[in-house]
Design a protein around this ligand. Structure first.
Ligand code: CU1
Length: 526
């Protein structure tokens, strides 16, 4: 600890509380970042266990392990928790740790609100998970909560609506904090167009969150009043329209999928230049591509609804607007490849996950283009092809970027180097396991296997068995990751301040581990 910190402690009133009180009352961005990341990891194992139960039931046709309604509860909760409990909190954890370090700010703009943003999350998580033990069990109608099914469910449906309100509140407060920090607290000389890409992607993501969370809140509030107070927003018998729910939900839901991937683009854009020992190719086009994706994401929502019966003009509009997003996304993939081109590449674990991200996320992007075609989508609606598509973008996309980011920054956060052999073992088992689970799902979907069902026709057996074997490889290899993280926090070789030979930027100029108060060492940009 520096002399300045000792001086504060001598006065008494700046001494930090210890034990559980430290974590409950902390206003420090690094502590809160760690809380978000630990919450995310616990939820990853929770929702991952649900996935393994789902894959176990699907190992053979017929019903083996569970009641069909419990199967539906598992698919719903797996989706809700992976989105709101794993991916979003992990990215927010990265933002808390990295944004102040990367822009040379002492902390987040509103440290107390930051504490509240985090501590709302476990409350919502307990409400969601606790509903398994309520009469009728957890929500079973799919994470998209479509009426009329959602209007008929038991008390856990009301609880889920409340949990979503709380998570939305947490996201909005977090976004206000991130935007204010980035716009007001950058080190002198760090103009917007000099900011690291990770900071840019989170600035844009935070605006997406503020724009869309109230839309989701409105949709679920209308469900709540339809369920309890006699309104008929989505009830056709009372003059309402169940399809209107889908419009409102996906006006939130499609920007939401970019909330789940733009920070991933940011992480990958930090890692590839470091291990290529070259600056990011096309920085400005990266910024504009990110902003274009965010704006276009508000114009494509009905590509989730081609099967509801839309006018051809609407089908064409949403088909072409969806395909248009492939342009800025292609710019990004091109820039990552061009950054690596003629670089002096090394392949440490963060780079391996980043390269796997570029290859496998692109597979998910292309299956997205296939699904964007209205006539094709009407065939593939609600089949396993859709399941394959979004798991390529969310597992080998969002989740792999989170792994890449953890390996990249953990030495800076803990002051210790992780074990590279364990890291590479985790990488290869994950990348092989992930493809064994999800690639066969393309074939299942093209052959007509519907999603969200606990039983299936005999001809789908082989690909389902392959997928289940892959799921257990992927699932159990995450235990290696857990061991690696715990070992790195406890000890290991000391990490240098720069950590990676090719690393550039403010974050690498503070000591490893990063000091409790960044303002003691925050550098000035000339
Ligand atoms: Cu979408």
């Amino acid at each position: 600890m520096s002399d300045a910190a000792h001086a504060h402690d001598d006065h008494g009133h700046h001494a930090h509380p210890t034990g559980i009180m430290r974590w409950l009352t902390t206003t420090n961005h690094k502590d809160i970042g760690s809380l978000y990341l630990w919450f995310s990891l616990i939820m990853l194992f929770t929702a991952g266990s649900m996935a393994l139960l789902i894959r176990s039931e699907l190992f053979e046709p017929g019903m083996q392990l569970m009641h069909p309604d419990f199967f539906n509860q598992l698919t719903t909760m797996h989706g809700l928790i992976m989105i709101f409990g794993v991916i979003m909190p992990a990215f927010t954890g990265f933002a808390n740790w990295q944004v102040p370090l990367m822009i040379g700010a002492p902390d987040m703009a509103f440290p107390r609100m930051n504490n509240w943003s985090f501590w709302l999350l476990p409350v919502a998580g307990i409400m969601l998970l606790g509903s398994f033990w309520l009469p009728g069990g957890a929500v079973a109608g799919g994470w998209t909560m479509y009426p009329p099914l959602f209007i008929q469910g038991g008390v856990s449906y009301d609880l889920t609506i409340l949990a979503i309100h709380i998570m939305g509140l947490s996201s909005i407060m977090g976004s206000i904090n991130i935007i204010t920090t980035i716009l007001n607290m950058r080190a002198p000389g760090l103009t917007l167009m000099k900011m690291p890409m990770f900071v840019w992607t989170w600035l844009i993501t935070a605006y997406l969150l503020i724009a869309t969370m109230p839309v989701l809140a409105g949709a679920v509030t209308m469900l709540l009043t339809d369920r309890n107070f006699g309104t008929h927003f989505f009830n056709a018998a009372g003059g309402g329209d169940p399809v209107m729910f889908q419009h409102i939900f996906w006006f939130f839901g499609h920007p939401e999928v970019y909330i789940l991937i733009l920070p991933a683009f940011g992480i990958i854009s930090q890692i590839i230049p470091t291990f290529s020992r070259k600056p990011l190719f096309g920085y400005a086009s990266m910024v504009y591509a990110t902003a274009s994706i965010a704006i276009l994401s508000f114009t494509v929502w009905a590509h989730h609804m081609f099967a509801v019966g839309m006018p051809v003009a609407a089908q064409l509009f949403f088909m072409f607007s969806t395909m248009l997003i492939a342009v800025p996304t292609g710019v990004k993939v091109f820039n990552w490849v061009a950054t690596m081109w003629k670089g002096s590449l090394t392949f440490e674990t963060p780079m391996l996950f980043a390269i796997a991200f570029v290859c496998l996320f692109t597979i998910g992007g292309f299956s997205g283009l296939v699904l964007a075609m209205a006539p094709v989508d009407i065939q593939l609606q609600d089949t396993y092809y859709v399941v394959a598509h979004f798991h390529y973008v969310l597992v080998s996309g969002a989740l792999f970027s989170i792994f890449a980011g953890i390996y990249y920054w953990l030495p800076k956060w803990t002051g210790h180097m992780y074990n590279e052999t364990l890291g590479k073992t985790h990488f290869w088992l994950s990348v092989i396991g992930m493809n064994i689970v999800f690639f066969p799902m393309h074939f299942l979907g093209l052959a007509g296997m519907p999603r969200r069902i606990p039983d299936y026709a005999l001809q789908f057996t082989e690909f389902n068995q392959i997928a289940t074997v892959g799921a257990f490889i992927f699932g159990f290899s995450q235990l290696i990751f857990l061991v690696l993280v715990l070992k790195t926090i406890k000890g290991g070789a000391k990490a240098s301040d720069q950590v990676w030979e090719g690393a550039q930027g403010l974050e690498w100029t503070v000591p490893s581990p990063a000091p409790y108060h960044t303002f003691e060492t925050a550098p000035v940009v000339k």
